[in-house]
Write a protein that binds this ligand. Structure first.
Ligand code: HEC
Ligand code: HEC
Length: 329
C-alpha cells in the first residue's frame, strides 16, 4: 500500500513536471516565433483608385453598377471607391466579421485555453492600429499577414493574398471615410493550447503559408459577371481553410474544429444545385437538412451580404474543379 502510494505520488509529480516543462518550452518557442520577422515588398497604389472601375458596389437591386454610372469628377471617383469598399469590407472579404460592424474592434475568436484573438480598431479613433499606415503597410498587413514592423500576424491573411490593388485601395478609402471609434482592443493572447499549436508548427502563420512576398499583385479584379474567372477571384478567400487546391482537410486551428470539406468534384458539392449552394452559404444548411459546423459558420455573415451574382460565380468556379482527394494530414 505504502509503495503504491509512493509510486502514485511519484507519477503525479512526474506528469506535473513534464507538463510544466512542456508549457515552458511552448511559451518560449512561441515568444521566439512572434519575434521572427518577414521581409515584404514595398508597394504603392493610389487612394482612391483612378477612373471609373469596371465594377462598382452593389446597387439597390443587388447587382453591380456598371461602368459609366460613375461620373468623372474627383468627388465621384472617391464616392464610388468608398461605396465599393463598403461591400468589400462587409461581404467579399468579411473584414467586419472580425474587426466589428463599425470596424472599431471585434472578435475573431475568444476561446481560452486556445487563445483570445480580437480584431483591432481600424478606424481613426483612440486605440487605432492603423495610425500612420501608408499603402505599403496596408499591403503588408492585409495581403501578406505581416505587421509594419515585420512580425507575423495571426489574422488569416492567406485568404486575402489575391486581392487586387483596386480592391485594397477601395477598402482603404472606405475605412478612411468611417467615423472614428475610440476603442482600445486587447492584443492577441495565446492560451496554453494555442501556444502548443504555434510552437509545434500546427497553427501556421498566414505569412508562411503565403510564402511569396515579392511578386506584384493584380491591379484590378475581373469584371463582375457569372463566370468561372470572377468566381476564381472570389473563392481565393476560401483557401485559408479549404486549401489552395480546395481539397480541404485539417485546418490546423482549434482542435475542436471540423475538417474543411473537399470542394472539388470529389466532394458532395459536385451533386448540389446553385440554390443548394446558396442556402449553405447563407443559412448554413446542407441539402440533406444537416447544419454546417464551425468554423464554416464564421463565413455566413459575409456570404449573406454577397450578391446573387457573386455566389453564382463562386459556384461556377467550384463546380469547374476536377476531382482531387483530400490529402492525409
Ligand atoms: C478572421 C478574422 C479577421 C478578418 C476576416 C480580418 N482580420 Fe484583420 N486582424 C485580425 C486580427 C485577430 C488581428 C490582430 C493582429 C494579429 O493578427 O496578430 C488583425 C489585424 C489587422 C490589422 C493590423 C495589423 C497591425 O498593424 O497590427 C489590419 C490593418 C487589418 N487586420 C486589416 C484587415 C482588413 C482590411 C480586413 C479585410 C480585408 C481584415 N483585417 C480581415 C482578424 C481578422
Ligand atoms: C474558417 C474556415 C473556413 C473558411 C474561410 C471557409 N470554409 Fe467552407 N467549410 C469549412 C469547414 C470546416 C467545413 C465543413 C463543415 C462541416 O463539416 O459541417 C466547410 C464546408 C463547406 C461547404 C459544404 C461542403 C460539403 O460537402 O458539405 C461548402 C460548400 C463550403 N464550405 C464553401 C466555402 C466557400 C465557398 C468559402 C469561401 C467563400 C468557404 N467555404 C470558406 C471551413 C471554412
Amino acid at each position: 500500500m505504502k509503495t503504491f502510494l509512493k509510486i502514485a505520488i511519484g507519477l503525479i509529480l512526474l506528469v506535473a513536471i513534464l507538463a510544466a516543462a512542456g508549457y515552458a518550452w511552448a511559451s518560449s518557442a512561441t515568444a521566439q516565433a512572434f519575434e521572427q520577422t518577414v521581409e515584404v515588398h514595398d508597394v504603392d497604389f493610389p487612394v482612391p483608385y483612378p477612373e471609373a472601375a469596371p465594377e462598382a458596389g452593389p446597387t439597390a437591386d443587388g447587382e453591380f453598377a456598371t461602368d459609366g454610372e460613375t461620373g468623372g469628377t474627383g468627388n465621384d471617383v472617391r464616392a464610388a471607391a468608398i461605396q465599393r469598399g463598403e461591400h468589400l469590407v462587409h461581404a467579399r472579404y468579411g473584414c467586419a466579421d472580425c474587426h466589428g460592424e463599425n470596424l472599431g474592434g471585434g472578435v475573431m475568436m475568444d476561446a481560452m485555453p486556445m487563445g483570445r484573438f480580437l480584431g483591432p480598431n481600424l478606424t481613426g479613433g483612440a486605440g487605432s492600429v492603423v495610425t500612420g499606415y501608408g499603402t505599403a503597410d496596408w499591403d503588408r498587413a492585409v495581403r501578406h499577414g505581416v505587421a509594419p514592423d515585420g512580425r507575423r500576424l495571426m489574422m488569416p491573411a492567406a485568404d486575402f493574398q489575391r486581392m487586387s490593388d483596386q480592391e485594397l485601395s477601395d477598402i482603404v478609402a472606405h475605412i478612411g471615410s468611417l467615423p472614428p471609434v475610440d476603442n482600445e482592443v486587447t492584443a492577441v493572447a495565446l492560451g496554453p493550447i494555442g501556444k502548443m499549436l504555434v510552437a509545434r508548427g500546427i497553427w501556421q502563420f498566414s505569412a508562411d503559408r503565403i510564402g511569396d512576398h515579392d511578386s506584384p499583385h493584380v491591379a484590378r479584379p475581373p469584371t463582375a459577371t457569372a463566370s468561372v474567372e470572377f468566381g476564381r477571384h472570389l473563392a481565393a478567400t476560401c483557401v485559408g481553410c479549404h486549401k489552395q487546391d480546395y481539397t480541404g482537410g485539417d485546418i490546423g486551428g482549434d482542435p475542436n474544429w471540423a475538417p474543411a470539406a473537399n470542394l472539388t468534384a470529389a466532394g458532395s458539392l459536385s451533386q448540389w444545385t446553385l440554390e443548394e449552394f446558396v442556402r449553405l452559404m447563407r443559412e448554413g444548411v446542407r441539402p440533406d437538412g444537416s447544419e454546417v459546423l464551425e468554423p464554416m459558420t464564421f463565413v455566413m455573415p459575409a456570404a449573406q451580404r454577397m450578391t446573387d451574382l457573386e455566389l453564382e460565380a463562386m459556384y461556377l468556379f467550384l463546380r469547374s474543379l476536377p476531382a482531387r482527394e483530400t490529402a492525409a494530414s
